[in-house]
Design a protein around this ligand. Structure first.
Ligand SMILES: Cc1cc2nc3c(=O)[nH]c(=O)nc-3n(C[C@H](O)[C@H](O)[C@H](O)COP(=O)(O)O)c2cc1C
Length: 334
């Protein structure tokens, strides 16, 4: 059985990398983080350490995988078993051309038996929870072939059928992004904005499959949103709002009945100074870390000042640690 879980930070390519996850952990000990989507092929054929290494501070951490066939998913998970991830998550929601065109991500909503078999076979080789992240449906026009009489799979009946088939694989959680993916004609960014949100479908899934652990995702921005959703489903996943405003994550642990004082912005920076320093000492450019800290003062009167002080010239001249220390000093005096 999966541990009680209430809150997660969504996987986001180019955003939830290990640096951002390290930084974010200052605000929440309990919420689940995800890797960016990683293809099974890249794990099998690529630089495994580079792709799979992480710092234990990032835990609990789920590995998110995309793949088009059971064998490669299994092989990738076998490799990943050498790393201490807390969960394996299958990406059945990515709408990008590159991913859908290769029969991965959201297009697999049209192939529920394949997704079910991925869950079944992956569960045979790991004791970790195996979860699925998907949409409420897809418009596969221009992508699905002629064997599909109906290429628009956006009805609740279809979602119910999809979930009932996945359910046969005994998934430990379904995270459902409450909008469909339009597989041709929209960019991934547009696919996170244009198809309307329909939380009711997600709530209905929880009602119809009350034994399943259901997480809701998409457009969640406030504590009020979270509280409303938690009356209807088991947990919430938030992506962009946390990236743009990481301080917001301070509220997450309260959903685990932990009443710590919120971590201040200054403490979060202090936490990461040595990490930044040792990254630089290993010859890397700390802008790869600092770029994720720009949203820290989101909504505060000095947020522009913060962003401006973390510019590349300062990082080059002073180094990352000093740039951050100077920026924090500046924020205190303004
Ligand atoms: C830049 C970016 C990259 C994303 N990459 C992934 C990904 O790798 N895997 C995935 O399942 N979803 C990915 N997503 C979708 C998010 O996980 C999430 O489902 C979506 O942003 C909706 O949640 P939100 O409204 O809270 O941001 C990405 C979203 C963004 C903004």
């Amino acid at each position: 059985m999966i541990k009680i879980h209430k809150f997660s930070v969504a996987p986001m390519v180019d955003k939830t990398d290990r640096h951002f996850r390290y930084f974010l952990r200052a605000f929440s000990k309990k919420s689940l983080f995800y890797t960016e989507m990683i293809t099974a092929k890249s794990i099998i054929h690529g630089d495994k350490n580079k792709i799979l290494d992480f710092d234990p501070i990032e835990k609990p951490l789920a590995l998110q995988l995309a793949g088009d066939n059971v064998e490669e998913m299994v092989e990738a998970v076998k490799i990943a078993e050498n790393w201490d991830y807390d969960e394996i998550n299958l990406n059945i929601g990515c709408p990008s051309d590159r991913i859908s065109g290769n029969n991965m991500g959201a297009v697999l909503m049209a192939y529920p038996f394949l997704v079910r078999d991925m869950v079944i076979e992956v569960k045979k080789i790991t004791k970790k929870p195996v979860t699925v992240k998907h949409r409420i449906g897809i418009d596969g026009t221009g992508i699905l072939d002629e064997t599909f009489e109906n290429k628009i799979l956006d009805s609740y009946e279809y979602l119910k059928e999809f979930v009932s088939i996945i359910d046969e694989g005994n998934p430990d959680r379904l995270t459902i992004h409450g909008r469909i993916a339009i597989l041709k004609g929209l960019s991934p960014k547009e696919n996170r904005e244009i198809p309307p949100l329909n939380y009711d479908f997600v709530y209905k899934v929880k009602k119809d499959f009350s034994h399943l652990n259901i997480e809701i995702n998409g457009g969640i921005k406030t504590k009020e949103d979270i509280d409303t959703h938690l009356k209807n489903v088991d947990s919430v996943m938030i992506g962009r709002e946390i990236y743009d405003n990481p301080y917001f994550l301070n509220i997450a642990d309260s959903y685990y009945d932990i009443c710590n004082a919120p971590t201040s912005r200054e403490e979060a920076i202090e936490n990461i100074l040595d990490y930044v320093d040792s990254y630089e000492k290993n010859g890397f450019n700390s802008n790869s870390i600092i770029r994720h800290l720009l949203g820290l003062y989101h909504g505060q009167k000095n947020s522009k000042l913060w962003k401006n002080s973390l510019n590349i010239q300062n990082i080059k001249k002073l180094g990352g640690k000093k740039t951050l220390m100077e920026a924090i000093k500046l924020m205190k005096h303004n």
